[in-house]
Unconditional design. Structure first.
Length: 243
């Protein structure tokens, strides 16, 4: 007698399966989309708004491997709508890259309530909303990852600076630990990724690493962790980052 299945029927395929990449219009997210598409993976990647981006150029050049969706992660209704559009599809990896830094730089006390709220909602609250909403689209033995930062390490914060951004990433890390605790019986691999200080619009021109030095290693580290259930806070070289 045939048995019915309740999980999505559209199974991942190809090297490493399918990737759902949240936040890929530029910088590290765009580089990840390019990296994974170049490896032959099917990448569904999101942009925030309706305008043309470099991701659209990538999708035009490689439509077999890159598909674009629109999502502002700070708008809960858009997260729900994306989940509904992707219902019935299954991904090997969900990776949340979207994030911002605060402008202008300053101490916590010097930061307006509006700017503090914007950074915290984007970097800490919204990624968890995305994960909670989209987790069922991830293979039961797949990976859920979030772009964190070495600056989210409380133990390593000995020089200060970038206070609001640091705080938002530390909050993200804490929220992911809570998520992992609530899903301790889940077989999925959970990853907080610190990509290193990379020369992007967010990282700045003085950053130590190029995108080409960081992103392939980010991708290979995520591959190496596949199947290692539980939460891992690591850098682009696979080294554990102190909490």
């Amino acid at each position: 007698m045939a048995t019915s299945r309740t999980d999505p029927v559209d199974e991942p395929s190809g090297p490493g399966g399918r990737v759902l990449l949240i936040g890929a219009s530029r910088g590290l997210g765009l580089a990840l989309a390019r990296q994974w598409a170049g490896e032959g993976r099917e990448v569904v990647a999101t942009v925030r708004g309706p305008g043309w981006t470099a991701l659209h150029d990538l999708a035009d050049a490689d439509p077999e491997h890159v598909e674009i969706e629109t999502l502002d992660i700070t708008v809960p209704a858009q997260i729900v709508a994306l989940r509904d559009r992707l219902a019935g599809r299954l991904f090997d990896l969900l990776f949340v890259n979207a994030g911002v830094t605060n402008q202008p730089e300053g101490t916590v006390a010097e930061t307006s309530v509006e700017e503090f709220t914007r950074v915290m909602v984007t970097n800490a609250l919204s990624p968890l909303r995305v994960i909670e909403a989209l987790q069922d689209l991830v293979d039961p033995a797949g990976t859920i990852g979030v772009m964190s930062s070495g600056q989210g390490s409380v133990a390593n914060n000995e020089r200060g600076g970038h206070e609001v951004y640091r705080g938002s990433k530390a909050a993200l890390n804490t929220f992911m630990r809570s998520y992992a605790a609530r899903h301790r019986d889940d077989r999925r691999t959970l990853v907080l990724m610190a990509p290193g200080w990379v020369r992007t619009d967010l990282g700045g021109a003085d950053a130590r690493l190029s995108i080409e030095e960081s992103i392939p290693r980010v991708a290979s580290t995520l591959d190496a962790l596949r199947g290692s259930r539980g939460l891992h806070y690591v850098d682009y070289l696979g080294r554990t980052v102190p909490w």
